[in-house]
Design a binder for this molecule. Structure first.
Ligand code: PRT
Length: 107
């Protein structure tokens, strides 16, 4: 599955859970109910777990931690009202810029 498709599907579900605000049985809603600081804290914890996994030779562990990290970043962005499309546009903008710089340095 393409990364954009996976992130888009996850983002849509996260938006639904934030809008519903029903804490029971929803990890996203219960995390959001604890506030922005808690979402950011969870993201930071997952970042540390990802870097620890990165230092091992355990690929499934790293994939799992990277998935947790991206999931929490999706919640963090959604709670701030920022869409993955906004991040994609910034990445594209930088890619275009560095591409030109690369071409210029080669000529
Ligand atoms: N992709 C995820 C996902 N990835 C990770 N997690 C949760 O993130 C938490 C990771 O935190 P930890 O590893 O620290 O585990 P923990 O001890 O349970 O966490 P805390 O008690 O410290 O909060 C776990 O509870 C995982 O279940 C996720 N929870 C939900 N989703 C998806 O998000 C969508 C909405 O989920 P709900 O809000 O639960 O309906 C669904 O599509 C889910 O598949």
């Amino acid at each position: 599955m393409a990364i954009g498709e996976a992130l888009g599907r996850l983002e849509a579900v996260v938006h639904d859970r934030l809008a519903a605000g029903t804490v029971e049985a929803s990890y996203v809603a219960s995390l959001a109910a604890k506030g922005r600081g808690k979402i950011a804290q969870k993201f930071g914890e997952e970042a540390v777990e990802t870097l620890i996994a990165a230092m091992s030779e355990d690929d499934p562990a790293l994939i799992g931690e990277a998935s947790d990290l991206i999931f929490h970043l999706t919640v963090l962005l959604a709670e701030r009202g920022i869409a993955w499309a906004d991040v994609a546009a910034e990445i594209d903008r930088r890619h275009g810029t560095s591409g030109h710089a690369e071409k210029a340095s080669r000529s």
